[in-house]
Write a protein that binds this ligand. Structure first.
Ligand SMILES: [Zn+2]
Length: 222
């Protein structure tokens, strides 16, 4: 009830079965708290995939994901991600990304990704764009995709964010309120460093709107 009283109306859960998510637990949490919870489908990253993923084809995985989404009344596919500190998607991750894209085409559920920005030196700036490439390769339109954790990349020029927005996808920006989680990296630009709640979003908005070519609706939570 506390969450409801604090005006949290809905949570999109980014877990799925390979992360230990149990849909019944979400149901109970929703009932007890009064907060709506949207469940998601998919697979997280190579190191968390169940062993049978290796033997399944892209289309098999897509069929199963679409069926699961329908039978469990899921509302999204995500987080769909990549192992930390790897320079590119593994072959299995590429297969899963394409399968999720195909499952999206059948269900029209949005997709949100996880990428490994901030977890090691081998993660290229373009990682989010390559995720979008793979999803688009099976026909997913960028407007149905959110590229996750874009704000975790040390990118003072905001180049990655601009490119994601220019292609028409959504920019995942989880730490927009500032605070103590991200701002202390010595290599971060002032754009990212402010610890004053709201400051980073105020810096972010004027940069991203021209890049997207349209006005963007931003809402803060909390
Ligand atoms: Zn993530």
């Amino acid at each position: 009830m506390a969450s409801r009283q604090r005006r949290v109306g809905c949570i999109v859960d980014g877990g799925h079965t390979d992360m230990g998510r149990k849909i019944e637990n979400l149901r109970q949490i929703a009932e007890r708290s009064g907060v709506f919870i949207v469940g998601s489908g998919g697979y997280y990253m190579d190191r968390s995939y169940p062993p049978e993923i290796a033997a399944k084809s892209e289309d098999q995985i897509a069929n199963e994901l679409a069926q699961e989404a329908t039978s469990q009344h899921l509302g999204a596919f995500g987080e769909i991600g990549a192992d930390p500190n790897e320079p590119e998607l593994t072959p299995a991750e590429r297969k899963v990304f394409r399968a999720v894209g195909k499952a999206h085409l059948r269900t029209n559920l949005p997709i949100f990704t996880h990428n490994a920005y901030g977890t090691g030196p081998n993660v290229p700036k373009e990682a989010g764009l390559r995720q979008l490439d793979v999803l688009e390769s099976v026909g997913v339109k960028p407007e149905h995709v959110a590229i996750g954790h874009c704000d975790s990349l040390v990118d003072p020029s905001a180049d990655l964010i601009k490119q994601v927005a220019k292609r028409g996808a959504w920019v995942g920006f989880e730490f927009a309120r500032g605070g103590s989680l991200r701002p202390t990296k010595s290599e971060s630009a002032p754009f990212w460093r402010s610890s004053t709640p709201g400051t980073r979003i105020a810096c972010f908005y004027p940069r991203i709107t021209p890049a997207a070519g349209r006005s963007i609706c931003l809402r803060t939570v909390g």
